[in-house]
Every structure is written in C-alpha cells, then in structure tokens.
Design a protein around this ligand. Structure first.
Ligand code: ADP
Ligand code: CA
Length: 416
C-alpha cells in the first residue's frame, strides 16, 4: 500500500505542532514539518524543511523537490502563517486544497469584508484606510462606536475600539506605532475602520467537505468583549444559546465560507449575535489557535487534529460528533507589561473540581506584553464537566487561584 505522508506547514514555536504530530502518529501518517524561516537558513532535512513562506515560488519548488522522492497525500497549514503557501503548493502538486484566492480572502480582513458584503453575509460597515490618510478627517466621518484593526494580524493584536474622534485618532496612532515596529521602514500601512457590532460573541469550529459545512463545536465566550481591547479569555462548549440561534450561526458561517470560496478543511469563525441575528467578525481557513483544541474530543476519542489530518489524507473517521460533555478553556490574559518572575497557585488551580489542566506557557524571566501590542497569553486553563455553567465556574475559580508576579518595566536610567 502507498505510504501516507502529510506536510505540515508551521512556525518555529507554534502551539499547534504537538497536537498535529500526535494526530498523524495515531493515524499512521508520516508527518514532515515545513518551518517558516529566513531564506538564508532555508534547507531540507529528513523530516523538516526550512522554507521562506513569503517566497511562494521558491518554497513550492523546494516542496516539489522533496515530494519527487517522497510524495505527500496533503499539504496542511497548522495555522494562518502557512495557509497561503499550502494552497499554492497544493495547486502546484495537484493535491486537493482550497483555491489560493480563497486562502488569501480568509487571511486578509479587507478582502474578507469585501467578499462577505458582496455575497450578502451580515458584516458591519467598514472602510479601508491607510496610516498616511488624514486621520483627523477620517475621525470626523467614522461611524461610532467603531474599531480599528490591522488587515492580517491575529489574536486581537492591534484591534482597538474608539467611541469618539479623539479616541479614534489615538487608536490609529497606537496601531501605526505597532505596525511600524513590526515592519520598520515599510511605509504607509493599510488598516480597517469598522462599526462596532454589539452583542454576544461565539466561536465556531467546523470542517468543510466539498463545500458543505459540518459544525464540530460552537463555543460561547461568556466574558463581555466590549473593548477598548479584545482579550479572548473563556471559551465554553456546548453553547448555551437557544437552538434556533445556534442554527442561524451555523448557516451564517456556511454562507461566509462559500462567499470566500473555501470548500474543504477546517474553519474557525467568530461571530457576534444580537437582535438582528448573527454577524461575522471573521472566518479563518484553519482550526482554533493556541492549545484550545484540547477541550475537544470526537467519536470515541479522536482529537480535532485527527479529524483534520484524516480528512486531508482521505482516511475515513468513525464520527464527527463531539464527545465528553461540556468543556472549556481560559486563555490567561496578560494583566500588565513587565518581566514575568514567578507564578504561584498552579497546584491550587489544578485542584479545583472540574479542572483538567493548567498550562503556564509564558517563559519566566522574559518580557510579557499585554494587548493591543502583545501577541500571547500567560497560559491556558482547561476544564470539563456535565454542564457549561459548571465548566465556566471552574475556569474562573482556577484563575482566581493564580498569582502572577510581574516586575514592571523600568525606564532605562541615563548613565551620563
Ligand atoms: P484577530 O484576527 O486579531 O482575532 P478580529 O477581527 O477577529 O481580529 O478581532 C478580534 C476581536 O475584536 C473579535 O473577536 C471581537 O471581539 C472584536 N471585534 C473585532 N471587530 C469587531 C467589530 N466590528 N465589532 C465588535 N467587536 C469587534
Ligand atoms: Ca479573531
């Protein structure tokens, strides 16, 4: 029988690798990792390829050279960083995958909004702007409350709410500084201004198959996300929304995926629900980020990543039904900037009834940066129970046990 091999596109420190590698191993699929790295370091080894993901042609050529001797069943990105390259390289190698244009639309917030609006998917009023625009004039005409956001960052990085012109001017200055620091010398940068959508936020995990959406899990986000920054904290599944609201959310996500041209593989959608129904915040052609997928199990004991790898490699799975009662995760937010020196209370947090694990992922003695500039969490708390309310309670109680000792940044003293 032909051996099954998958290429996983990833980054050097991705939270997602371990779960995908474990999934491949459980399915008897050989996993090769392609890691995004500077062109000078790019290389090919036995089970790892170093590739410059930004250079689609060179990276695709390197993948094709490797695949000539050791062909792949599928090329799959573990997160957003490799989703475009996965589409391009799959197309070049004749492997089934979403069209590159769809992968692009699922990564670029302006393209996404444009396609969703064109296909009649409910999205807020939006406007493409540039850091070189006349921001005072923009502030005069913006719809309030609104949010400013970069086109392709993640984890709410750079997303800031503004309730009036003065707040908008300040938000754009802050976003410009962040974009400038991320890419010095890049010149004017585009960003979006959108009307703020009030409402309750949910996250939908789904799998597309030939354009049909199968909802794998719907998470409630019970903490209010009203800004000015949008720290994700608690996710709990199953949703406690009424069945009709959940059905409308599923239809809205399916409509959005079709509008972007996504037809296969995982999607992760965020929506807000209010008296007008569901609105798409965004829809990505990937699975849930961080370590959050640990809350999910399917069929007898399959992980989310097993479903994704199995689908990509054409391996039948017994069931896509979610198992294991209610589950939840808290992404532990960073309360302030500084150096993380010590974390107390981890054992007490783990001892809270219903808590499955507490993972502190931020390294000690390193700088930590809160939103809107930061891009990570202190760690994750996982809980399981009979009911969503009990899971939410366990997460909050465990979080209350944790004490983070953060030494605030001190301005450098002048030695002169
Ligand atoms: P990212 O890709 O960084 O996660 P999103 O566009 O998903 O960026 O925004 C992050 C969060 O900010 C959302 O989950 C939501 O809570 C909030 N948000 C973004 N856009 C809006 C909006 N138009 N109205 C209300 N909240 C928003
Ligand atoms: Ca998001």
């Amino acid at each position: 029988m032909e051996s099954k091999r998958i290429l996983l596109l990833t980054t050097p420190n991705s939270y997602r690798d371990a779960a995908f590698l474990a999934a491949a191993a459980r399915l008897g699929v050989e996993a090769v990792r392609a890691v995004d790295m500077p062109p000078a370091l790019a290389s090919c080894g036995e089970h790892t390829l170093g590739l410059d993901f930004a250079d689609h042609d060179a990276a695709t050529a390197a993948i094709a050279r490797y695949a000539a001797a050791r062909p792949f069943r599928a090329i799959t990105a573990v997160d957003d960083s490799g989703s475009l390259l996965a589409a391009h390289a799959s197309a070049a190698l004749g492997l089934p995958h979403n069209a590159p244009a769809a992968a692009e639309a699922a990564r670029d917030k302006y393209l996404m909004r444009t396609l969703l609006a064109r296909h009649g998917v409910p999205v807020p009023e939006f406007r493409l702007c540039s850091t070189s625009d006349d921001i005072a004039a923009l502030a005069e005409h913006a719809p309030y409350p609104c949010v400013v956001k970069p086109l392709n960052l993640n984890g709410s990085r750079g997303v800031i709410r503004a309730d009036d012109p003065a707040e908008l001017v300040a938000a754009v200055a802050r976003l410009s500084a962040l974009l400038g620091a991320l890419e010095p010398g890049a010149g004017p940068r585009p960003f979006l201004v959108e009307r703020f959508i009030p409402g309750f936020e949910v996250a939908l995990e789904g799998l597309l198959d030939g354009g049909r959406l199968r909802v794998l899990a719907l998470f409630d986000k019970p903490d209010p996300l009203d800004g000015p920054f949008f720290e994700e904290t608690i996710y709990v599944t199953p949703s406690r929304l009424p069945a009709e609201a959940q059905a409308a959310i599923g239809e809205c996500a399916a409509h959005a995926a079709a509008a972007l041209g996504l037809r296969g593989g995982p999607i992760h959608a965020e929506l807000r629900v209010n008296r007008h129904g569901p609105w798409i915040v965004e829809l990505a052609g990937r699975s849930i980020g961080g370590l959050c997928s640990q809350t999910l199990r399917f069929g007898t004991d399959a992980t989310l990543e097993e479903l994704i790898v199995a689908q990509a490699c054409g391996i039948p799975v017994e069931s896509l039904g979610r198992a294991g009662g209610a589950g939840g995760v808290m992404m532990i937010p960073i309360p302030g900037a500084g150096i993380l020196r010590r974390v107390d209370g981890v054992e007490q947090a783990r001892a809270v009834a219903g808590v499955e694990d507490v993972a502190i992922t931020a390294p000690l003695n390193n700088p930590i940066v809160p939103l809107p500039e930061g891009e990570s969490y202190l760690g994750f708390i996982f809980a399981r129970g009979d009911r969503p309310a009990a899971v939410e309670r366990a997460l909050r109680e465990a979080h209350a046990q944790l004490r983070f000792h953060i030494q605030p940044n001190i301005p450098l003293l002048s030695l002169g």
